[in-house]
Design a binder for this molecule. Structure first.
Ligand SMILES: [Zn+2]
Ligand SMILES: [Zn+2]
Length: 398
């Protein structure tokens, strides 16, 4: 029998993760769900191992040892609940079957997160989980390449595409199974990469993660912004079809947003292919922030078609290379690290907010009180100048 909480399997309701909203900054929004600052408590996660090597170097561990837990899962030395192998589903999303198997024949796999911050299954008592109101339920997933890489910029584009493909397959399947299990049309899907230990990654082996919540969690103020703004724009412009991201994706320098800002799109472009544009963020959260926008309107990651996934593989790898270069060249006073988070900003399942999917790549940078106090920051470089440096650096590395 696995330890309590492993793979999100709980025997005791008391141990299940739960969430609390800050009562001074939580409202019920137009989608009829709670939105505010939310803190999730997951006591069992405190016991997870930390696998980074102690290192004197400031640089990210570019060649970390290949004896990490993910490499051991791939070799069949450690058990895992395997959800997908490349373009095939393995276990169903709420499975309790952990197995050891040689996975080296696959390029990319998805497994259940061993230390998931929400309960997935209440073992032997699975029915009760439906009625546990204030507890966090859903599924935590890890997506990884069977070959060992530390950072996205060193991954061949074909492998990045396979990682995205298996990720999308498991998203689709998990969304379907959670909707049935909890009899709901509304789910929150958070998908992200933590790259490097300062970004929160506990294992160096490159991986992305997905949290799918079947309860009210995941609606922080940030998601309130992203989900509510499309409706505001349509109303403000008096145009049901208006989408700002679609305007930006035209790569035209005459885009003025609904609050009258000239968005300087051409100056901020770092890379583009048939399906995606990569540009520095107009109002970055950290210096060097990049934003990837699909040229065709899509609300959720699961809606991307094959061509868009192919283009995304290339755009993601290239964007990460550009950011590597920028961080290397940036003034040390900027306190920028190579570690970074990659955040998939998307519509919640069942909301139809009108949101246009976008992906933010945000490097780690020290911040101060004012920046914690608000969704606010003080930058020293204009994104147009950052983009210029990134474009030049890509030419040199080609
Ligand atoms: Zn590894
Ligand atoms: Zn759009």
């Amino acid at each position: 029998m696995a330890e309590e909480g492993y793979w999100g399997i709980y025997k005791n309701i008391e141990n299940m993760p739960l969430e609390r909203f800050d009562p001074f900054r939580t409202v019920v929004n137009e989608f009829n769900t709670k939105v505010g600052h939310v803190t999730q408590f997951s006591p069992i996660r405190g016991k997870r191992p930390f696998e980074h090597e102690e290192s004197e170097e400031e640089e990210i561990c570019l060649q970390s040892p290949t004896s990490d837990s993910f490499c051991r899962v791939v070799k069949g030395e450690l058990p895992a609940v395997i959800l997908s192998k490349d373009d095939k589903i393995a276990e169903h999303s709420l499975s309790v079957n952990s197995t050891k198997g040689n996975l080296q024949d696959s390029t990319a796999i998805s497994i259940v997160n061993l230390f998931t911050p929400m309960a997935r299954v209440l073992y032997d008592n699975a029915q009760q989980i439906d009625s546990v109101k204030n507890k966090s339920v859903g599924i935590g997933i890890v997506h990884l390449l069977t070959s060992h890489y530390d950072v996205l910029s060193e991954v061949p584009v074909e492998e990045a595409v396979k990682l995205l493909t298996t990720t999308q397959l498991v998203h689709k399947n998990s969304i379907k199974e959670l909707k049935e299990k909890y009899n709901t049309e509304k789910l929150t899907v958070m998908h992200f990469f933590n790259i490097g230990e300062e970004s929160g990654a506990s294992i160096c082996h490159l991986h992305s993660q997905t949290y799918i919540y079947a309860n009210d969690i995941g609606h922080g103020w940030t998601s309130l912004g992203f989900l509510s703004v499309p409706g505001f724009h349509k109303k403000f412009k008096n145009d049901e079809n208006y989408c700002l991201a679609c305007e930006v994706a035209k790569n035209d320098n005459n885009v003025v947003d609904p609050i009258d800002q000239e968005l300087l799109v051409k100056e901020r472009i770092v890379f583009e292919n048939d399906e995606w544009i990569v540009l520095t963020a107009f109002s970055p959260e950290r210096d060097g922030q990049l934003r990837l926008i699909p040229k065709r309107h899509v609300a959720q990651f699961v809606e991307l078609d094959k061509k868009q996934i192919l283009g995304l593989g290339e755009a993601l790898v290239t964007a990460n290379k550009a950011l590597d270069n920028f961080v290397r060249m940036a003034n040390p006073s900027m306190n920028l690290l190579q570690d970074r988070n990659i955040l998939f900003r998307q519509d919640n399942v069942g909301y139809n907010s009108g949101m246009h999917l976008m992906i933010d790549i945000i490097p780690i940078q020290r911040i101060g009180g004012a920046e914690i106090m608000e969704t606010y920051r003080i930058a020293t470089m204009f994104p147009e100048d950052v983009a210029k440096i990134m474009r030049e650096s890509l030419k040199e590395t080609k």
